[in-house]
Design a protein around this ligand. Structure first.
Ligand code: FNR
Length: 342
């Protein structure tokens, strides 16, 4: 459980991801006939019925025996989007076979050995994944003290299923977090924007960047033709004291306008959080830990329940603020609490 819960260092950003939402107020409008609500959003040219997807989280079979398969099946029931981690405990092919019709994106970590990376991307393409989500905030591994203290290891009955036969597919923590040692020895910390171009050159899939937190980087991404960005701080697990995702979103939205689609993850726990993220420029939100907690409690049914609660709360936020469609949810409906204090 420590592995799922923890954030980096003092866990300031981990806490901020949630508390920053509480500083935002929704200004509701009344008397607008909200008897029919439409939660459909458009993502990469496709209609998606619900703007709530599941973020990539590593090693989901630590949470329940069916792991990634239980998680994606729950997402299938909503028609939304599932992002599979490079470090999954179920392979790309097995996840695709379990959910052939679900919109699936593949989250990529770039290994120093580019043949490994190319292999992963080609397999995701072949298996029907529709985008590659390159995580850009993990050039080195965030210091998660709980994992260090626990000497976090992958139990021997599990493996990093995508790496079987092509790279080390297990890790043990003899001296601190085994995952930290794995990442720091195998992932490429030399990454630059040139590597983003390299990735764009080896795949026909859209390349989405996950982990952008500034307008400056979002503009570079837009200039490279990146179609979408996930505004994210990795759930507070990488650079501690960096901004909450929801704090970073407005400046990025202002900078890129319609040049890139924006999605957000980090700290989404209530339907009103989803409403606020959409109002401030996101087309979609993703949840990491809430889905893992659902998995830990009751597998596929647990994730379904989490998604149902979030959906109901989001619909209630829409109705009670006078919005009947996603396009009704507008920036001027959100006010920071400091504005009220003036
Ligand atoms: C993650 N995250 C993550 N991100 C990524 O790009 N690849 C990965 O393998 C993982 N693994 C991972 C494991 C666990 C246990 C957690 C909690 C997170 C980050 C994840 O995709 C997402 O950015 C955050 O989880 C979003 O924050 P919330 O929803 O957990 O608050």
């Amino acid at each position: 459980m420590d592995y799922y819960n923890s954030g980096a260092c003092n866990e300031t950003t981990l806490a901020l991801n949630k508390s920053a939402f509480l500083k935002l107020r929704i200004k509701p409008r009344m008397l607008r006939d909200v008897s029919r609500l439409d939660t459909t959003t458009r993502v990469l040219g496709k209609s998606v019925p619900l703007p709530i997807g599941v973020s990539p989280t590593a090693m989901q079979r630590l949470a329940c025996p069916e792991g990634e398969i239980a998680n994606i099946k729950a997402v299938t029931s909503t028609g939304s989007i599932y992002i599979l981690s490079t470090l999954s405990t179920t392979s790309i092919e097995d996840v695709a076979a379990a959910a052939p019709n679900t919109t699936k994106w593949f989250q990529l970590y770039i290994y120093k050995d580019r043949d490994i990376t190319r292999n992963l991307v080609k397999r995701a393409e072949k298996a029907g994944f529709q985008a590659v989500v390159l995580t850009v905030d993990a050039a080195v591994f965030g210091k998660r003290y709980a994992d260090c203290k626990n000497k976090f290891s992958l139990p021997p009955h599990l493996e990093l299923a995508n790496l079987r036969g092509i790279a080390p597919s297990n890790f043990t923590g003899s001296d601190g977090s085994g995952l930290q040692s794995y990442v720091n020895s195998l992932f490429d910390s030399t990454l630059t924007w040139e590597d983003v171009k390299w990735l764009q050159g080896i795949t026909k899939l859209p390349v989405i960047l996950k982990g952008i937190l500034t307008a400056e980087d979002a503009l570079i991404a837009a200039d490279l033709g990146i179609p979408a960005i996930i505004v994210s701080n990795h759930g507070g697990r990488q650079l501690d004291t960096c901004p909450a995702s929801i704090e970073a979103l407005p400046e990025i939205a202002k900078a890129v306008g319609n040049r890139c689609e924006l999605y957000l993850d980090g700290g989404i726990r209530y339907g009103t959080d989803i409403f606020k993220a959409l109002a401030l420029g996101a087309k979609m939100v993703f949840v990491g830990r809430p889905a893992v907690w659902g998995l830990s409690c009751a597998g596929e049914d647990g994730v379904k329940k989490v998604l149902k609660i979030l959906t109901e709360e989001f619909e209630q936020a829409m109705a009670l603020s006078g919005c009947t469609s996603i396009s009704d949810i507008r920036k001027d409906m959100i006010v920071h609490e400091d504005e009220y204090a003036k």
